[in-house]
Design a protein around this ligand. Structure first.
Ligand SMILES: Cc1cc2nc3c(=O)[nH]c(=O)nc-3n(C[C@H](O)[C@H](O)[C@H](O)COP(=O)(O)OP(=O)(O)OC[C@H]3O[C@@H](n4cnc5c(N)ncnc54)[C@H](O)[C@@H]3O)c2cc1C
Length: 381
């Protein structure tokens, strides 16, 4: 693989960095941590105004997926909220791949202007890792579909303009084949959003669909082709679009604390900082490999699993090490007097476990690597 970034990508990265520096401020950070909503609309709009979001949408941009990776990697390293924008950009890419002309006309400018978010309605109370067990159903009634069911963990549903919703449309087909993806406006009658607050600070939602009536214009891709549409989305998500370098801001905050407190002189502290710096570098290289595979026309499914697994597990390990190292002060939260690293260590210790769950758990990624990379036998039905 080629590690060199083209001059146009380097220029793109500089523009992204300067816009993040101007719009990701202590005030916006405070708002995200007190509201639990990890989104910065002013930052999204500023990136959009410079054309930087459009360039990152898979299938649209001149330099993507390298620019897709650069955008979200820079946001993540700066500690800027990226999940909301990442989901919208990813789904805009899916619409670009499989959507109708009308869906493209509605969704893509709305996302690339930084004005609209889209949430993911896949998981259910009893279907997460084994998503094909989902029970939300969409039934034909004349020219309409009638959708009934409940989704869990629909992050950003309270701010999103659309949800992409995976529903069962043919129970007589094998489980993966009878599913259809719908692109539904969140203000459609019968859609309800209830908040779910997590240990990670971030708010997510439970969403309910009660006799939601939509037309064929809301079908994304083919009827009973929902699994394939989800595969397109996953191929962008895993390993490229953020979630792969969360250890960078953690290390920055902790290294500054070690300097300020004088703990930097302790060999054990220096060793842990060095180990985390190495892990961060490995995670960055794995991410770049996934982006490079995507940029070369491949689908980094396996490499994305490796990247996501390594990055989230090493982030969790780092936050535990640092919390142990900081002692009682490592239990104090953001804004609490005396908190180690101004509370970032405590925040990351609560946030990091969640990153090993969403977007595919560590066990599922390990299974993927064991079967597809190591050639181990499949243990599941
Ligand atoms: C904060 C947060 C935000 C999220 N946001 C979204 C979102 O926006 N949209 C969305 O659709 N979903 C979202 N999710 C859901 C997420 O994708 C699922 O939580 C995840 O896929 C795991 O599914 P589950 O919670 O049903 O756990 P389960 O699948 O029930 O897993 C429980 C445990 O069993 C293990 N396990 C399961 N199957 C296997 C297996 N075959 N082999 C070995 N171990 C196994 C798992 O690794 C886990 O440890 C979010 C989750 C969280 C926590």
């Amino acid at each position: 693989m080629d590690f060199t970034l083209a001059p146009a990508v380097l220029a793109y990265r500089e523009r992204v960095r300067s816009i993040i520096a101007a719009h990701h401020t202590p005030q916006t950070e405070h708002h995200q941590h007190t509201s639990g909503t990890f989104n910065n609309p002013a930052l999204n709009r500023a990136l959009a105004a410079d054309g930087l979001i459009e360039r990152a949408v898979p299938g649209l941009g001149a330099g993507d997926p390298i620019e897709l990776w650069v955008l979200f990697n820079e946001m993540e390293k700066a500690g800027a909220p990226l999940d909301a924008l990442a989901m919208a950009v990813m789904i805009a890419g899916v619409v670009q791949h499989v959507g109708t002309d009308a869906q493209k006309a509605a969704v893509i400018p709305a996302v690339t202007s930084g004005g609209a978010l889209i949430c993911l309605g896949y998981s259910e109370p009893d279907a997460g890792s084994d998503l094909s067990a989902l029970t939300t159903r969409a039934e034909r009634d004349g020219s309409e579909w009638v959708i009934n069911g409940a989704k869990m963990w629909t992050t950003m549903a309270h701010e999103a303009r659309w949800v992409i919703l995976l529903a069962r449309t043919d129970a007589s087909l094998p489980r993966h084949q009878g599913l259809t993806m719908f692109l539904i406006p969140m203000d459609t009658p019968g859609v309800r959003v209830d908040p779910v607050h997590t240990m990670a600070t971030e708010r997510t939602n439970a969403t309910f669909y009660d006799d939601v009536r939509v037309g064929d214009d809301c079908v994304l891709g083919e009827v009973n082709g929902g699994w394939r549409v989800m595969g397109v989305a996953l191929s962008f998500e895993r390993g490229v679009m953020g979630g792969t370098n969360p250890g960078v801001p953690l290390l920055r905050h902790t290294a500054a604390w070690a300097q300020e407190s004088g703990r930097i002189t302790e060999p054990a502290v220096r060793e842990k900082l060095a180990r985390v710096a190495i892990d961060n570098h490995v995670a960055a290289l794995l991410t770049q490999r996934s982006a490079w595979i995507a940029a070369s026309g491949g689908l980094p499914g396996l490499e994305g699993s490796m990247t996501k697994l390594f990055a989230s597990e090493s982030y969790q390990k780092a936050s535990r090490w640092f919390q142990e190292m900081a002692g009682a002060e490592g239990l104090l939260q953001l804004l609490q007097p005396g908190a180690a690293a101004h509370g970032w260590i405590e925040y990351d210790a609560r946030h990091s476990p969640v990153t090993t769950i969403y977007g595919g758990t560590s066990e599922i990624n390990r299974n993927n690597i064991a079967e597809r990379h190591l050639g181990l036998p499949r243990m599941r039905r």
